[in-house]
Write a protein that binds this ligand. Structure first.
Ligand code: EPU
Length: 346
């Protein structure tokens, strides 16, 4: 185990925040987790789990042991007439894994192409795009449970997947994800019901073409983090009651929305932010992207404080106009490496 000191995490978080970790270690094998935790305990350090860094907000100085997950490997566990089960290391790059499944003629994940990050982070917020959520294709998540001090696996049902949610969000500092087991289909069952996807796919209704169209749509709307540092959608799409929705649409009949179970309605945060005048608007070094108002971009050398100033201004303006408090999607860390709740704006 090789512990590094004063490690700059800027290259490892897609918002490019300047963040220095007092202690840093790369995790290649499950055994490394035990060694790293023993070290953290002996030094009285908290542990911060770093995956692809595409959904995190880091402070400038972090006094903690950063464990950078790099467990590789794809292992086929079983196969039946309709599906194949694969156990995948948490450190595999998500998009490369999706492309690989398509070349293997394994289906289900194509709608999730080009999402940044690593496989191990995919269950945490139950990544989703274009009508598919990853939880639909997960069989189990393999973890080190820091409370029970043992490795174990958690079934998809026990993960309690919901929109951008799982138990890993409820108990943020408890589990270290080592592998994810996916059950993928051997026959295509294309999901084309999101927005313009069906039209984009057209007559060539293959998984390969679906994947290609998803990549093109994402590239046309979402900024490339290498050019415009960002963490994807900065806010969740709010889920509100049908009653509140009816009130808002009296004034704003064009509000894009998606009906949900239990008389709830999901509404487009990007549209609310756009209407509040924030599309393409900047406050200092940080602004909302000109092609998709839901994406916050670090245009210069922003710190976490700059990011917070901008997103709170956006929250404030959307709240005063629509009466809706937008909830940030990325995970906020404090300077001891622990996950913290975002402060509500008044
Ligand atoms: N809209 C505007 N102005 C904007 C942005 C959006 O009017 O600046 C409108 C669009 O015209 C559309 C609606 O809002 O009618 C929804 O926009 P879009 O289809 O682009 O999707 P989204 O709700 O903004 C969600 C996910 C994305 C995912 C897409 C496609 C969330 C928070 N975001 O975005 O996920 O790729 O749907 O499924 O659920 C991510 O989480 O990082 C992410 C990119």
């Amino acid at each position: 185990m090789h512990i590094q000191h004063s490690m700059q995490l800027k290259p490892f978080n897609t918002l490019n925040l300047d963040a220095t970790a007092s202690h840093y270690v790369k995790i290649h094998h499950t055994q490394d987790i035990l060694d790293a935790l023993a070290f953290a305990k002996s030094e009285q350090l908290n542990v911060l789990i770093l995956s692809g860094g595409s959904n995190m907000l880091l402070p400038e100085h972090i006094h903690a042991l950063v464990m950078h997950m790099d467990i590789q490997g794809i292992e086929q566990l079983s196969e039946d007439a309709t599906s194949v089960t694969l156990k995948v290391g948490a450190g595999q790059v998500w998009h490369d894994f999706v492309l690989w499944t398509t070349t293997q003629k394994l289906y289900g994940l194509q709608n999730l192409a080009l999402i940044p990050g690593l496989v191990g982070a995919s269950p945490v917020q139950n990544i989703g795009a274009y009508g598919v959520e990853v939880g639909e294709f997960i069989e189990s998540v393999h973890v080190y449970d820091r409370d029970q001090q043992q490795f174990c696996s958690i079934s998809a049902q026990d993960c309690q997947f919901a929109y951008r949610h799982s138990i890993f969000k409820d108990q943020p500092n408890r589990y270290i994800i080592t592998h994810v087991t996916f059950k993928l289909l051997k026959h295509t069952a294309l999901k084309l019901n999101y927005g313009d996807l069906k039209a984009a796919v057209g007559d060539d209704q293959t998984a390969e073409n679906l994947q290609q169209q998803v990549i093109q749509i994402r590239q046309s709307k979402l900024p490339n983090p290498a050019e415009y540092p960002n963490v994807g959608s900065f806010f969740k799409n709010p889920v509100i009651s049908a009653q509140q929705f009816d009130q808002i649409t009296q004034q704003y009949p064009n509000l894009p929305h998606y009906p949900q179970p239990n008389e709830q309605v999901k509404i487009a945060a990007g549209w609310l932010i756009d209407q509040a005048g924030w599309k393409g608007k900047q406050l200092g070094a940080v602004g909302m992207f000109h092609k998709q108002a839901l994406v916050l971009v670090n245009y210069a050398e922003a710190t976490l404080a700059d990011v917070q100033q901008t997103y709170r201004a956006v929250q404030h303006d959307v709240l005063s106009r629509f009466g809706i408090l937008l909830e940030p999607e990325p995970v906020l860390f404090d300077d001891t490496g622990l996950i913290r709740a975002h402060q509500p704006v008044g």
